[in-house]
Write a new protein. Structure first.
Length: 530
């Protein structure tokens, strides 16, 4: 039994937490209205009952005074009057009713049961007292008074001393109770109707009021399924729900932004990891070629036993032996081996320097930033290209309007322009013209500040869309058939991209198959250029 009661108590404690909010609101509303209606009904009935009782007391007091006046003038059989539900009678000292003034009360109607004790009558004379009826459950509200009466003997005609008769005036409280009971029933019916109407109206009002919370619930469910673009409908900011909705929308916007940023970060991390793996693989591949050549020549030198002791005094014909011949190495063979080792070492050194530069740029190491005359660097690069390829037509076009001063590292910018010119020379047929343009312009789609653009436009075969998208990737070669002598490691344009992006510049390529390729870089204009 105790365990059952404990479980019941725990269930009742958990009941508020399991009850929906709309049910709580409607229930609280109905309880408060029920309490208010009960208080109003009870207090109004009490006031109304008191009003009826006071009015009845006033009436029976008036009847008592009239009866007393009639008794003084005409004795206990004098004139009187009555009203339905009231009693006005005279009792002798023994409690017997001598007369009923007015003579209207029906004998079957029970009257008030007033004590006949003389002490009680004397103590309560002139006071309103509630006494029971002679039979039944009704009560009477009565007031009594003592009336001295001279009795006359009808035979002798002589009068005796005065006798104390009791005059009783009362009202049946059953009538008042019936009136109050009828009013209570009426109040109950009206209260039930009000409660039912309020229940219907309360459910509708709560449902309408909680509709924004339902919208928030649906939005939360949509977001839980993965749709982060969902938002709570806007409401009036002057309401609590409106302010809550705006706060939730702001929070959801931040969550979506953070989620998108995390997705981008994860995607960037995956791309970076893939690029790093590809970078390591490509670097290993590029370094393996010169290292293999160096090791091969070293092994060949070891296998042939080195330079012969008498090689310095050998016949001239001995110095012309090829590496494929037998016997010990001659000095010319040794020179050729060392020359190849030097070439491969230089190639490996350039590759290592390029990779080291890219690694430093990836670590965002600061570069030197000072005004650099881009026109001078471009003119030098064009002149060098003309010297390297005298059979090509290489034109330099310079715009006007400002000095071509940009912020950057002069050595690195020179490397950028040299790489662009080398790229144009290497990837176009001999005799293909190259146009170089240097232009100054205000803020545009490339940079939001005044800047200088360098364009290197060749008239070669151009690039496909896929090649143009990957041309700035590290170790990427648009022409996979290039050999080691005519082609580089695929880091030239990657270095251009990193060096231009470091000081806040922009870089790109405009190309189409058969229409040539125009590589351009845009750098912010230095303040001194103004």
């Amino acid at each position: 039994m105790l365990s059952h009661l404990r479980r019941l108590g725990k269930s009742l404690q958990r009941l508020p937490g399991r009850t929906p909010l709309r049910v709580k609101l409607v229930s609280v509303l109905l309880v408060l209205v029920a309490v208010a209606l009960t208080v109003i009904s009870v207090s109004s009935l009490a006031v109304f009952r008191g009003y009826l009782q006071d009015r009845a007391q006033t009436q029976i007091q008036a009847l008592l005074q009239q009866a007393m006046e009639a008794g003084r003038t005409g004795g206990p059989h004098g004139p009187g009057f009555g009203l339905p539900g009231y009693v006005l009678e005279v009792q002798d000292p023994h409690g017997n009713v001598v007369t009923t003034l007015g003579g209207w009360r029906h004998p079957a109607v029970p009257g008030p049961k007033v004590p006949t004790d003389r002490a009680w009558l004397t103590a309560n004379a002139g006071k309103f007292i509630t006494v029971p009826a002679t039979s039944g459950d009704d009560n009477w509200r009565v007031i009594t008074a003592q009336l001295p009466v001279q009795l006359i003997n009808p035979v002798t005609g002589s009068a005796s001393g005065p006798v104390q008769y009791t005059v009783i005036a009362g009202v049946d409280l059953g009538n008042i109770d019936q009136t109050v009971a009828w009013l209570a029933k009426f109040d109950l019916i009206v209260s039930l109707i009000i409660m039912a109407a309020l229940a219907v109206a309360g459910v509708a009002a709560v449902r309408i009021s909680l509709r924004p919370l339902t919208d928030i619930e649906h939005t939360a469910q949509a977001i839980a399924t993965g749709d982060l673009s969902q938002r709570v409908p806007d409401r009036d900011a002057r309401t609590e729900v409106g302010r809550l909705g705006r706060s939730l929308n702001a929070m959801l916007a931040q969550i979506e932004a953070a989620f998108r940023a995390r997705e981008k970060s994860e995607a960037a991390a995956r791309r970076s990891e893939e690029k790093m793996r590809q970078f390591v693989a490509d670097a290993s591949h590029e370094l393996r070629t010169p290292l293999t050549a160096i090791r091969g020549y070293a092994e060949y030198y070891r296998q042939r036993g080195g330079v012969g002791n008498g090689a310095r005094h050998a016949a001239p014909a001995a110095t012309e032996l090829s590496l494929a011949g037998g016997g010990r190495l001659t000095e010319p063979d040794m020179d050729r081996i060392m020359q190849r080792v030097e070439q491969e070492s230089a190639r490996m050194g350039v590759l290592v320097e390029d990779m080291l530069l890219l690694a430093r740029l990836d670590q965002q190491r600061p570069l030197e930033r000072r005004p650099v005359d881009l026109l001078t660097l471009t003119a030098d690069a064009v002149q060098d290209a003309r010297m390297i390829a005298p059979g090509r037509k290489i034109e330099l076009t310079v715009g006007h309007g400002t000095a071509f001063l940009v912020l950057g590292d002069e050595a690195r910018l020179r490397q950028v322009i040299t790489n662009l010119m080398s790229n144009a020379l290497s990837h176009t047929p001999d005799g293909t013209p190259i146009d170089v343009r240097l232009l100054a312009h205000g803020p545009d789609g490339r940079l939001p500040v005044p800047s200088v653009t360098l364009e290197v436009d060749d008239h070669g075969p151009g690039l496909s869309q896929e090649q143009a998208e990957r041309v700035f990737e590290r170790f990427y070669r648009a022409d996979q058939a290039r050999d080691r002598k005519t082609g580089g490691a695929g880091l030239g344009l990657a270095i251009v991209y990193a060096l231009v992006k470091a000081p806040g510049g922009a870089v790109g390529v405009d190309t189409a198959p058969g229409s040539g390729a125009m590589f351009w870089i845009t750098l912010p204009l230095a303040a001194e250029a103004a």
